[in-house]
Design a protein around this ligand. Structure first.
Ligand code: FAD
Length: 279
């Protein structure tokens, strides 16, 4: 198994932030992943690092990265994939197989495990619409269990607040025209490039959508666009994103998120809940 020592987490997070993990382990299949979780039950699990704010001081222990545990298999209209499979790879695999339902996910830079944990979604689609069962490893029980019901909600699943690690999942899709599927993916990706500050490192939307509002609109109206703490800035292009202008520390991002939430609370009485997971 690939093991790296004193490896900067900034190289594995889309924010490009985070100190070194003492030991970064890369299991290459489901069995290795279970072995590693049994050996290090406390180790945090990292997918593609696109929704994590890793600490500047790093992690003084083991971190398990699922990136190499990424198999995808097809059986008629179902795909079975390991947790580390990239959503983009899954969406491409589905398109090539003439299977529709994952177009929304083509531009989300996460892994299957990370996406299921937070029920990732975009453009009217979300993981809950395609995931039919999830196989998990319970850290406290040491048991492998399969769930048909993941208790999905808006950017929520049963795994968000549990000690369970997602190992693999079955997705059920619908037959579709490969050309039309690709076209839809292109349109969504174009919309992303137009609206999102993809030229800077970020972790996507910093806050969840509060009920009845759009976080980005509230942040913009509260006058926070362009607000900066150290190297972290509320994007000028899309107020929902906090971007790393270069050299941002995780403490800069945390301080900026706190400031933004205070401004929005003060002006609109709305509580913003972070979407980014702070380790
Ligand atoms: C430019 C950009 C655009 C984005 N657009 C969207 C969007 O449109 N919609 C959207 O929903 N999100 C979006 N995101 C956020 C992010 O891509 C998603 O939340 C994604 O699903 C996170 O997956 P990940 O593998 O990167 O998770 P990570 O960041 O690696 O981890 C996130 C959390 O999940 C946990 N986790 C990871 N793998 C597992 C596992 N196997 N089992 C249990 N827990 C696990 C981690 O411990 C961590 O707590 C965007 C991010 C960026 C940078």
């Amino acid at each position: 198994m690939l093991i790296k020592y004193n490896e900067p987490l900034s190289a594995y997070t889309t924010f490009r932030i985070g100190g070194a993990a003492r030991t970064l382990l890369f299991p290459e299949n489901r069995a290795e992943l279970i072995d590693v979780l049994r050996a290090y039950p406390q180790a945090p699990v990292l997918g593609k690092g696109s929704n994590v704010l890793a600490p500047d001081v790093g992690i003084p222990g083991e971190v398990v990265c699922t990136l190499l545990c990424c198999g995808i298999a097809r059986d008629c209209e179902t795909l079975t994939a390991d947790c580390g499979a990239a959503l983009a790879a899954l969406a491409n695999f589905a398109a090539e197989s003439g299977l529709s339902g994952l177009e929304f996910a083509a531009g989300i830079p996460g892994s299957l495990g990370g996406a299921i944990r937070m029920n990732a979604g975009a453009y009217g689609g979300e993981m809950s619409q395609v995931v039919t069962s999830v196989e998990v490893y319970g850290r406290s029980t040491g048991a492998v269990v399969r769930y048909a019901d993941s208790d999905f909600g808006y950017r929520h699943s049963r795994y968000a607040a549990s000690d369970e690690v997602i190992l693999s999942a079955v997705l059920t899709l619908k037959p579709g025209n490969p050309g039309e599927i690709r076209q839809k993916q292109k349109e969504y990706n174009l919309r992303r490039r137009e609206k999102q500050p993809l030229e800077y490192p970020s972790a996507g939307s910093s806050f969840k959508r509060p009920q009845g509002y759009y976080a980005a609109e509230l942040i913009d109206k509260a006058g926070c666009k362009g607000m900066q703490v150290g190297g972290a800035q509320v994007s000028e292009k899309h107020a929902g994103f906090i971007v790393n202008l270069g050299g941002a520390a995780s403490s800069d991002v945390e301080a900026l998120m706190k400031l933004v939430a205070e401004q929005v609370r003060g002006q609109f009485g709305v509580e913003l809940e972070p979407e980014v997971v702070s380790w």
